[in-house]
Design a protein around this ligand. Structure first.
Ligand code: BG6
Length: 303
């Protein structure tokens, strides 16, 4: 780990409270970083390189984390931003849903603090020794915490052959009530309706409302998406680069009850708006090339 910059305090003055990074044993005794900046706080587990918390001071948490989540080796954490890679869902022949990145233990490689109080960390996934059929790659995740949360998944193909994969930053957002939100930015975009056997349909609504289970892969869309939450009087912006798909998911009542690691009523407090490259938008990465998937999450008062 390399520390790029330190915060300076004048002799005799108390140490500035921000920025601050603390290494802790988190839930399930899993190692975690707690980050405090002048604007916000965040938590990152090395398990899955999963950001489980981001909150601006004086605002409710931006990310949703289930009260029933497991925190255990080999199990995904339910909430925050699970990293979905190298496949989405459960294709035939794969044993784990959504790939293995979210259940691996990542390594912290670098941490940096800039004089304005921004904190950045760089994590790397260890070699995928248990998947010898995959090409030799380096997988990094960069997290920047300030007034916004920026995450970037970087895949470098060091092998001599093409690497085809899917990726997705499966982001769970906190909302006041799922019935009081509109999702804006997907009008006119085609989607695969996972609840209708992946039927291809076109979104006709400028403002999508949620009143039942939803599980859709919007394709060929680089658009910024906004979640307008009239209950919390907050707009969340999801800005992305290197992403052609947006997945919208809410499990609603029956699926919530069926999930062991999710509260029966928690579907009302969350919505997943996920940025990635899924299905027809899967990435084919030639040898020597790098793929970047970057998402900036920010919030403001609902106008
Ligand atoms: C979403 C998928 O991205 O993730 C859903 O579109 C899936 O189909 C959901 O149910 C949750 O997946 P998991 O593996 O975390 O329970």
């Amino acid at each position: 780990m390399r520390l790029m910059a330190k915060t300076r305090t004048k002799p005799g003055k108390p140490k500035a409270a921000y920025p601050r990074v603390t290494f802790l044993e988190g839930r399930g005794d899993l190692p975690m970083l707690e980050i405090m900046t002048p604007w916000s706080s965040a938590e990152i587990y090395l398990h899955g390189a999963q950001v489980t918390h981001f909150k601006k001071h004086n605002e409710p948490p931006l990310l949703f984390l289930s009260q029933c989540s497991r925190f255990a080796l080999g199990e995904p954490i339910r909430g925050g931003i699970p990293i979905i890679f190298p496949w989405f869902g459960k294709p035939a022949g794969k044993e784990t849903q959504h790939g293995f990145a979210r259940i691996k233990d990542w390594e912290l490689k670098e941490m940096a603090m800039t004089p304005d109080g921004t904190v950045s960390v760089r994590l790397q996934m260890p070699e995928w020794l248990d998947s010898p059929d995959l090409p030799d790659c380096i997988l990094e995740y960069r997290v920047t915490v300030n007034v916004a949360l920026t995450v970037e998944l970087v895949i470098m193909n060091r092998s001599g052959r093409d690497f085809g994969f899917e990726n997705c930053l499966h982001t769970y957002f906190t909302v006041g009530d799922v019935g009081d939100l509109s999702i804006v930015g997907l009008k006119g975009v085609d989607y695969l309706d996972q609840l209708a056997g992946f039927a291809r349909k076109t979104e006709t609504r400028g403002a999508i409302r949620i009143s039942s289970e939803v599980d859709r892969i919007y394709v060929d869309t680089p658009n910024t998406v906004e979640i307008r939450d009239s209950s919390l009087r907050r707009t969340i912006r999801v800005e992305k680069e290197g992403s052609a798909s947006t997945v919208v998911w809410n499990p609603w009542i029956a699926k919530s009850k069926a999930m062991q690691d999710f509260g029966d009523d928690e579907y009302r407090q969350m919505i997943c708006v996920e940025s990635g490259n899924v299905a027809a938008n899967a990435v084919n990465l030639p040898p020597g090339q790098t793929a970047r998937l970057k998402v900036r999450l920010s919030s403001s008062k609902l106008k």
